[in-house]
Design a binder for this molecule. Structure first.
Ligand code: ATP
Length: 320
């Protein structure tokens, strides 16, 4: 294989730059050429593509976001859109493609491979960690650490003012960020979309803590479980506690990637190139039990990843 393309698609995630850097440098190390495709499938369709050199990825490993930029492309979901993209495969002489993104991007890559046979390897990059088939996605660790940083700061003022703080975190319809940030941040309660919860029970816990002298509490709410504002309103109504709500939003997504995300991006990017070199035609790379590997793409597209129930129970025990 002589020339491959690389693109980032869907939501940006910190650590994507490390993955791009690894794809480019590993490929060049093996004497291959890399074409960078800008703005995901949108740039693929429009031919917004250019050759990348070793220097194109210099000084990016520590930067959040993605230097190739990203987009959502409605047109790529149509056959006509994908046909336009294939014309650029021919024009640029691509023999393989690395797609870094979430499950939607993986589905687009799968369809494209099925229609045109271009070998593809997908790399999971999303802060939500909601891709089955891999224990970890690029960007998740940074998002969790950003949320924990925010909880730490909120905790300082919660302690000083004897207040109850509700922190709403991202994760779309999953609770991976909420669970890990809640556990690491010592939250009194964690509300997840995957598990039923009752506000009355949350209030009972709060009251129990209050009776034995607890001065402050932090409750982490996943955006997919409920609105933090609404939970705050209900708790205030039931307990009468002064309740402050913080919605972290995109703060969780930005900033410099953690070492773990940079290492994960580096390893997965290099592995993707290695698998294309070896002649694999349709795979995704990921982490299972601490080891990176290449797996059937279908395994990343089917079923729903479950949160770690043991971690959830532990958080409950430790926050009594
Ligand atoms: P994130 O998890 O961060 O949102 P994502 O990759 O899941 O990332 P999507 O917006 O779902 O984000 O998908 C990215 C792009 O992938 C879409 O804009 C579209 O171009 C392409 N795509 C998604 N679903 C399909 C599909 N069924 N067929 C073809 N292309 C698709």
């Amino acid at each position: 294989m002589q020339r491959i393309g690389v693109l980032t698609s869907g939501g940006d995630a910190p650590g994507m730059n490390a993955a791009i850097r690894a794809v480019v440098r590993k490929a060049i190390y093996h004497g291959m050429e890399v074409i960078g495709i800008k703005r995901g499938f949108a740039g693929f369709i429009e031919g917004d593509m250019e050759p990348m050199q070793v220097g194109s990825v210099a000084d990016i490993i520590q930067r959040g976001g993605t230097i190739l930029r990203t987009a959502r492309s409605e047109e790529f979901t149509t056959r006509a859109g994908r046909a336009r993209a294939y014309a650029n495969v021919e024009r640029f002489g691509l023999q393989g493609l690395v797609v870094i993104g979430g499950d939607g991007s993986f589905e687009g890559a799968r369809r494209f491979h099925e229609e045109y046979g271009l070998p593809v390897v997908c790399i999971p990059g999303t802060i939500d960690n909601d891709i089955p088939g891999t224990d970890m996605t690029i960007g998740f660790d940074t998002a969790v650490n950003n949320a924990v940083d925010a909880i730490n700061k909120i905790r300082d003022t919660a302690t000083s003012h004897e207040r109850l703080f509700i922190v709403e975190v991202m994760g779309r319809n999953t609770g991976f960020i909420a669970l890990e940030a809640g556990l690491a941040g010592g939250a009194e309660s964690i509300l997840l979309p995957e598990l039923p919860f009752s506000v009355e029970e949350v209030c009972d816990r709060l009251m129990r803590g209050y009776r034995r002298g607890k001065l402050h509490s932090v409750i982490v709410v996943a955006e997919g479980a409920a609105s933090g504002l609404e939970i705050g309103r209900q708790i205030k109504q039931i307990t009468g506690f002064d309740t402050k709500v913080t919605v972290l939003g995109h703060l969780q997504r930005g900033g410099t990637p953690t070492a773990q995300d940079r290492i994960l991006g580096s390893r997965l990017g290099a592995l993707a190139v290695e698998l294309l070199r070896k002649g694999h035609r349709q795979l995704a790379v990921g982490v299972r039990n601490g080891r990176v590997g290449g797996f059937a793409l279908e395994q990343f597209l089917q079923g729903k990843k479950m949160i770690d129930l043991e971690a959830y129970r532990l958080a409950g025990i430790l926050s009594i």
